[in-house]
Design a binder for this molecule. Sequence first.
Ligand SMILES: Nc1nc2c(c(=O)[nH]1)N[C@H]1C(S)=C(S)[C@@H](COP(=O)(O)OP(=O)(O)OC[C@H]3O[C@@H](n4cnc5c(=O)[nH]c(N)nc54)[C@H](O)[C@@H]3O)O[C@H]1N2
Ligand SMILES: Nc1nc2c(c(=O)[nH]1)N[C@H]1C(S)=C(S)[C@@H](COP(=O)(O)OP(=O)(O)OC[C@H]3O[C@@H](n4cnc5c(=O)[nH]c(N)nc54)[C@H](O)[C@@H]3O)O[C@H]1N2
Ligand code: SF4
Ligand SMILES: [Mo]
Length: 728
Amino acid sequence: MDQHVTYCRICEPLCGLIATVEDGRLLSLRPDPDHALSGGRACPKGIAFTDVQNDPDRVLHPLRRTADGTLERVGWDEALDDIARRLSEIMATHGGGAVGQYFGNPTAFGYATGLWSGLFMARLGAHHQYSSGSQDINSRFVASKLLYGAAFEIPFPDLPRTDFLFMLGANPLVSHGSAVRTPRIKDDLADIVRRGGRVVVVDPRRTETARAYEHLPVRPDSDAWLLLSMLHVIFADGLADEQAIAEQTTGASRLRDLAAQFPPEDTAERTGVPAETLRALARDFAAAPSAAAYGRVGACLGRHGTLVSYLLDALAIVTGNLDRAGGLLMPRAVIPLEEMGERTGRLTYNKATSRIGGLPDVIGTFPAALMAEEIQTPGPGQMRALFVTAGNPVLTVPDGPKLESALEQLDLMVSLDLYITETNKHADYILPSTTFLERHDLPFGFAWSSSTVFLQSAEPVLEPYGEARNEWEVFDELARRMGLAMFATGPLQRFNGVLAWLDRRGIARMTPRRLMELLLRTGPYGDRFGLRRGGLNPRRLRENPHGVVLAERAPAGILSEVIHHDHGRVVLEPEEILVEAARLGDRHPDDPAFPLMMIGMREMRSQNSWMHNSATLMKGDRRHRARISPADAADAGLATGDRVRITSPHGSIETHAEITDDLQPGTIAVPHGWGHAGGWQRANQAAGANVNELVSTSSDELERLAGMAVLNGVPARIEAVRASHLGN
Ligand SMILES: Nc1nc2c(c(=O)[nH]1)N[C@H]1C(S)=C(S)[C@@H](COP(=O)(O)OP(=O)(O)OC[C@H]3O[C@@H](n4cnc5c(=O)[nH]c(N)nc54)[C@H](O)[C@@H]3O)O[C@H]1N2
Ligand SMILES: Nc1nc2c(c(=O)[nH]1)N[C@H]1C(S)=C(S)[C@@H](COP(=O)(O)OP(=O)(O)OC[C@H]3O[C@@H](n4cnc5c(=O)[nH]c(N)nc54)[C@H](O)[C@@H]3O)O[C@H]1N2
Ligand code: SF4
Ligand SMILES: [Mo]
């Protein structure tokens, strides 16, 4: 039996794990007690990943769809030859604009897939790029692009030093934190209070986090009004930090004028927060020695997600809490991949617009909600070929059934996944991918949103099971077969000459790993190939498998270094934001046919749509349940365990009811990622419903600035399903 040090790549904390391996099989995973950040902690999902790794339902050989619609095993070479041939044909007839990709959430936890699929798509001139981001975080990217000129500069709360954490639309005791990396977030939050500080949780539901701290219940999708009123009080009461505003920003006066229009007395009815409560909160936030404003999915998925993300930062900025210990810190990457993307102009916003709906691109991607229509609408630029890489949009994007019928119209659909999913069961090819235990990784992205600067690399701890392959090698192979050089365009253009030269001479086949190591060594903590003593290099990482702490505390005072606007200041008056704010008034009156508002939620033992096949996580007859307040349940004649039908203006689903006073009357909460009908047998048995069937894909119902799907604050009504309909 061998023990291997590695780290989990299911969600953002990247907790340290120890894998026990025997004869090339994974026996178990346990928390790594020697990991500097997670120090012996891991959540149930990380431990249960053994079930995924060894899942008998996992796809371990390439599969091809036959004429009668069934899937049959096929060899890699045959599959890749045919895909390359069919792609070339589509390109010859329709051009690269007909090719697309949807990449899902797991691609964010490994560097190679995103890099190589991105290069490949750029070489094809593929225009149709989509991702889970338009159901998750693109609004936050746009807010950062407008404020700081850099999409990935998402300020994160300095949890170990803050006196006041204002948390809006996040539930880190279950999610373990997003856009802030801290595997022991439970301890971090408890420490704030222990130091005499406060944690205030703004959420329509009394969540696990809200329960543990101060809960401020709000009406769904009212955060823009709440935040504008807080700013109103701060400016009106002379609590703004004028020196910080003068030093760090431009355009504060326009924000001041805007906030002046939102006195708390005027917004109380909409937010559900009494004016006096809000005034006290605003004053306390401004008066705290240090304060951080933090929001995640609940801030991003409403009708005004970009505006809300902007306002959260604005709150910290005008109180002098940006780029300062105990406030919000700016991430500085150890491996400056995004920095390079930004410098080479690849991390675009609104440089192109979608064919359907004319919505702006966010980092070169368009709203995934538009995919179905982009496939179904004839004309130049119609999408005819689609790669789905580590994603399950049929369950995670609005209106899965519509997407399913659209997928059937594609000339070519290829999926890289671990399973047969609700999405890729429509594919022509399913290509089996390696799990994170079967590949090398260096963290990037949100790994830098951490109050401790830390880096760990992970060697594969297992040989790929069956015929599974790394995703990047699939794209590399396709490029070779199609006679394309990966480096002619793309985010790595700067290195083109060197890379092409090395590659041509066969000195070094350029691989994603070589590239990352190059960036690491030339980055801010790198050894500059020996020029900087004690700097990071791959050897040092190998010799320290539990990781290397590069700084106990992330730096403050780096704003001018990380801002990409020419004048080096935060832009507080982006035109897009001001226009959006001016529209806050013109929301349609509530429709009495849909008296409730539905929001989403996450559960400890789910990971979006893809861990419901794990025996460990599904123990105890777990089911999909809609959370309903006692008053709304009484109105509908519902008790816990009853079947409930939820209807929105767009659709209708049936699931089980759970009555809970965590919710106030008028709001229901329903998790996403259920309603399985794929190759995962246990997940299929769990039944439940796909909540995103309640959401429309119509382009004019998407959030305007980032094209976000509006998944929170969905109008709804509920009714009991009569006994004659009982069943699963
Ligand atoms: N209503 C509602 N909808 C939501 C949300 C919500 O809050 N409410 N949340 C949204 C959010 S935040 C997100 S991130 C999205 C997620 O949206 P998606 O990324 O589309 O969905 P996942 O369920 O994460 O599916 C990931 C897929 O990748 C596969 N996979 C896992 N690991 C690997 C790997 O290493 N390689 C490969 N090739 N495949 C792998 C899994 O089998 C699974 O099929 O859902 C969004 N949808
Ligand atoms: N166990 C588990 N962990 C996960 C995941 C998982 O599926 N399961 N998914 C991972 C992913 S992909 C992500 S992106 C992160 C997300 O991480 P978080 O954002 O921390 O997770 P959520 O539980 O979605 O928290 C969002 C909160 O917003 C609240 N909310 C909904 N609507 C509104 C609103 O209008 N206003 C306000 N103020 N709040 C609102 C919800 O009630 C919910 O408590 O979690 C990651 N971690
Ligand atoms: S919180 Fe759980 S799933 Fe997320 S990285 Fe840590 S162990 Fe993995
Ligand atoms: Mo996400």
